[in-house]
Write a protein that binds this ligand. Sequence first.
Ligand code: 6PG
Length: 243
Amino acid sequence: MTEPKIQIYENAEKVVEALAEDFFQFCGKKEKAGEKISLALSGGSTPKALFQYLAENFEQKINWKNIHFFWVDERCVKPDDPESNYGAAKHLLLDPVAVPAENVHRMKGESDPEQEAIRYETEVLSAVSLKYNLPRFDWIWLGMGEDGHTASVFPDQLALMHSERICETAVHPVTKQKRITLTGKALNHARRATFLVTGKSKAEMARLVLKEPELRHKYPASHIRLSEGELEWYLDKAAAGLL
Ligand code: 6PG
């Protein structure tokens, strides 16, 4: 497993612009090769600026019909709930760039969590290309919480990083909100994974995960170590301040 590639930008806007440009280049290469793209999104606040920037600046430049959208996790709420990761992506990106409904593979937060985890695993296995019988996402965009969680794998549920399943249920340790999340089995099998981390509040956890080999095992974000893929961190100077 190679070490992550770390890219540091002046501010959050520059991080978003850089990732958007990289995504544009990536989409062009895949389209030229006649290949569809499987992209798994994170939720939370950080990606919202990226979704908005892509919709505003790349609506005409990217062939959105060539991209299939998945989620790394979802809150167990209805899709029109302000907490919904799918709802945010739909509002900020999927609708503005007219992604076809058949390209949207959402986790159904409104369903029974355990049944949905089983259903989603089946959907991912049928919709994402496989390698060694495991889904191999072309790209996953990840965030990291101040506690070092990623997707909805929280520090007190680290076993999800080593699950035999592809999709499981989880519980937010503070709010007790039920979640559905991809597990390490799916996340670490991606061709490419990018952490999008900005803001001073993430600086200490970024340091622990990236610079403290003796301590980092406690934090789920450090368990994202692609077996055969490219792992990268896009940070702004504030989040990278302690590296
Ligand atoms: C979620 C996300 C989660 C997120 C981190 C960071 O459902 O909340 O998928 O893993 O990426 O919590 O969230 P922020 O971007 O809001 O800091």
